[in-house]
Write a protein that binds this ligand. Structure first.
Ligand SMILES: [Zn+2]
Length: 458
């Protein structure tokens, strides 16, 4: 950490397809020269890690070692659109990967003096393959199958799974000359999945909470009772709570009573931050060199609802963000859409436009030109994604969590040229530490010019 701070420069990161880079390592030199890439995060689309090969000894000890024989693997492949050659998307580093592309990429980085990070996944995908390790709701039940569209999440409090993940990370850090690692999927499902918000309350999470002096079954009862009470209230009471609150959490606290929502969301964030801090410490120790450990975080508008209290993650070295379902332009709007629809289903007297407007304000999107109906959020345009993303970047800079370096994500294929210019400029102008760019494998000349112009001066 000290070595990194001493040489602090703006990081232009590339979230790179490992196999594409392994086949065409010269691309890194091109991007270094044109866009100023000085940091690469390697992700294999075959292995869903940085392409590490794990020793037989560590792999034999894995609770996931029988993944190929699991009956629900077929369903997992369908859900995640995985080819037959791809590994399942699971926590930690699975055995049997081919690390030849990783060696090629690391050699290219070493020659060019570019910082190279590896990558591994954690909890939010693959639990359908291991249903006994999946999230449980407040009553101990699995999440409804229709929530699979948002992912299929492991419980974060399974001691044997977390311990083995640590062993796999330690080995990868010790064996490969990387500069750090980023843990992806270190989260719950996106907050657009409402049943997911009330998980996990399994026996392992209950035991963990008790060790911290927190009565999880008591808290679960308070939430369930509060929910039953509010269901009997008129729509006007619900709209009134939305109008009065300043944040989604405040609105939920008013509705459920007894600060139950605040206590619950902070507890569930701690279920993630506590093992993550331990993983970071153990992995850095195994690396025995300057080594940076960070994760994808949800954007500020939905961070706590997705399981991230930035302050509790202060011992990590960096935050970046994800693409797709948890993209910084859509995670918040998706939640506004799904919450509005759920509220209007429960209280048909509510007016959709008004509820949606209230939620935009609670999520911090006041003043943006967002659709007036939930239908308008079904297929967000590049312009919508860009303005929301810019707002999230501004909020991140305002909250400026202490400790980790901040590298907001920019998924280039999801934005138009003007959006790319706007979001990248906001990252620089707001004084953040760097950017993580996705989609640099294929870059139009105009995109290249925009990126060079913005980051060339940084
Ligand atoms: Zn649990």
């Amino acid at each position: 950490m000290a070595a990194y701070e001493a040489g602090k420069t703006f990081r232009v990161g590339w979230f790179a397809d490992l196999e594409a880079l392994g086949q065409n390592p010269v691309r890194l030199a091109e991007l270094q020269a044109s866009v100023g890439v000085n940091m690469v995060l390697l992700e294999s689309h075959r292995f869903h890690t940085g392409g590490y090969r794990l020793s037989d000894e560590v792999w034999r000890a894995s609770p996931l070692r029988d993944w190929r024989e699991r009956p629900l693997l077929v369903r997992h492949r369908q859900m995640r659109h995985l080819s037959d050659e791809a590994f399942a998307v699971l926590p930690g580093i699975l055995g049997g990967a081919d690390d030849s592309d990783l060696h090629v990429a690391l050699e290219a980085g070493r020659r060019l003096g570019v910082e190279m990070w590896g990558h591994a996944g954690l909890w939010s995908y693959g639990a359908i393959v291991y249903p006994e390790l999946a999230l449980r709701d407040l009553k101990g039940q699995p999440l409804p199958p229709e929530e699979e569209v948002w992912g299929d999440c492991f419980c974060p409090s399974k001691p044997h799974l977390n311990a083995w993940v640590v062993d796999s990370l330690r080995e990868a850090a010790a064996r490969y000359p990387t500069d750090g690692i980023e843990l992806d999927h270190a989260r719950y499902l996106p907050p657009a999945s409402i049943p997911n918000l009330l998980a996990c309350a399994c026996p392992d999470c209950t035991r963990q909470a008790a060790a911290w002096g927190i009565d999880l079954p008591g808290l679960a009862d308070t939430i369930i009772t509060g929910w039953k009470r509010i269901q009997r209230q008129p729509a006007a009471t619900v709209q009134g709570a939305l109008d009065k609150a300043r944040t989604p959490l405040e609105a939920l606290d008013v509705l459920l009573g007894d600060s139950a929502a605040s206590r619950w969301f902070h507890l569930r964030a701690r279920f993630l931050s506590d093992p993550l801090a331990k993983m970071a410490k153990a992995t850095r120790e195994a690396a025995a060199r300057p080594f940076r450990f960070g994760i994808d975080v949800f954007p500020p508008s939905v961070a706590l609802l997705g399981g991230h209290t930035y302050g509790d993650l202060a011992s990590l070295d960096f935050f970046m963000g994800g693409f797709g379902l948890i993209g910084w332009g859509n995670a918040g709007p998706d939640a506004c859409r799904e919450w509005t629809r759920a509220l209007c289903r429960q209280w048909p007297a509510l007016e959709e436009r008004r509820v949606l407007r209230s939620l935009y304000r609670l999520f911090g999107y006041e003043g943006l030109s967002l659709p007036e109906t939930t239908q308008g959020l079904d297929r967000p345009t590049g312009a919508l994604l860009a303005q929301v993303q810019k707002r999230e970047v501004e909020r991140l800079a305002q909250t400026r969590p202490q400790g980790p370096a901040l590298y907001p994500p920019v998924n280039l294929p999801s934005l138009d040229d003007e959006g790319v210019r706007m979001v990248c400029a906001a990252i620089v102008e707001n004084g953040l530490d760097g950017v993580m760019l996705g989609g640099l494998e294929r870059l139009s000349p105009e995109r290249g010019r925009i990126l060079t112009k913005v980051f060339g001066r940084a």
